[in-house]
Design a protein around this ligand. Structure first.
Ligand SMILES: C[S@@+](CC[C@H](N)C(=O)[O-])C[C@H]1O[C@@H](n2cnc3c(N)ncnc32)[C@H](O)[C@@H]1O
Length: 258
């Protein structure tokens, strides 16, 4: 602790000091929220519309105003299947999840996107010692190597069914024997309008998504969460054990006979 902090602590009683730093934190929160609302306005109200979202806007403003934690779900559900080894993240966008969900419990994260702007943002805002952001079009140029985890968050809907089939096969050939694919997508709106102009194919149901994944794996789970403005689909797939299987090593279960 530096001399200034020591002196302040000696001179001021805790209640006074606490109310001063509470005021400082409140000003900082208000300022950070406002700045990120401005960022949202510039990025999304002025053309061209981006294809990825800067999750600092969720973190500092949108989450707290909306009370909607949906944006965190994909990182949390993806973290449940981390195996501690090498991770390949496809279509990483701003890189928030690579850094803040996948890197701490993994040996290395290679995160790719075909948009130079996304990679630039990722490197500037979400770098970490074991995270590498690279420019790659996963339709033609998916990074090589073998990975314990492959993550495909909020991006499958950006591809046509034909492209999805090819990417699935390319991805499977890069997955280690017991490796796990995880990811997130959405169900199409009931009025048929797309939630983002960049979307090529929005899924009709859990079963519609399952048909793309299931042919490649012995075990596949697709599950959903519903919010007022969005119907989410999550998936885990592997030839090994998945969360909440009876043999999942991270849990112990008691099955009571009735
Ligand atoms: C909605 S963003 C999702 C970003 C991030 N995964 C997340 O969960 O926030 C979709 C991303 O897919 C990327 N993308 C679309 N087509 C791609 C392609 N052919 N190769 C690599 N990335 C692609 C876009 O640039 C964009 O960053």
């Amino acid at each position: 602790m530096n001399l200034f902090k020591k002196t302040v602590k000696m001179l001021l009683p805790k209640p006074l000091l606490e109310s001063l730093v509470e005021a400082e934190a409140k000003i900082a929160r208000t300022w950070a929220a406002q700045a990120h609302r401005h960022l949202l306005g510039v990025q999304w109200s002025m053309p061209p519309q981006p294809e990825h979202f800067d999750h600092h806007i969720d973190l500092y403003d949108h989450w707290l105003r909306s009370r909607n934690p949906m944006w965190l779900e994909r990182g949390i559900f993806g973290s449940l299947v981390l195996r501690g080894g090498r991770v390949l993240e496809l279509a990483c966008g701003d890189g928030f999840n690579a850094r803040n969900f996948y890197s701490l419990r993994s040996e290395h994260v290679l995160a790719c996107d075909f948009n130079p702007q996304a990679i630039q943002t990722a490197r500037a805002k979400n770098s970490a010692p074991n995270v590498e952001f690279v420019l790659a079009d996963i339709r033609t140029d998916m990074p090589g190597g073998t990975y314990e985890n492959i993550v495909w968050d909020a991006a499958i809907e950006h591809f046509t069914p034909t492209e999805i089939h090819k990417i699935m096969a390319d991805m499977k050939s890069r997955l280690a024997e017991q490796g796990i694919l995880s990811g997130h997508t959405i169900v199409e709106r009931s009025d048929g309008t797309k939630s983002l102009t960049h979307h090529e194919y929005e899924f009709r149901s859990k079963e519609d998504l399952l048909r793309f994944i299931e042919p490649h794996f012995q075990n596949t789970v697709v599950f959903e969460t519903k919010y007022p403005d969005r119907h989410n689909l999550y998936f885990w797939a592997s030839n090994g054990t998945l969360p909440f299987d009876p043999n999942w090593p991270q849990a112990v279960a008691v099955h009571k006979q009735s």
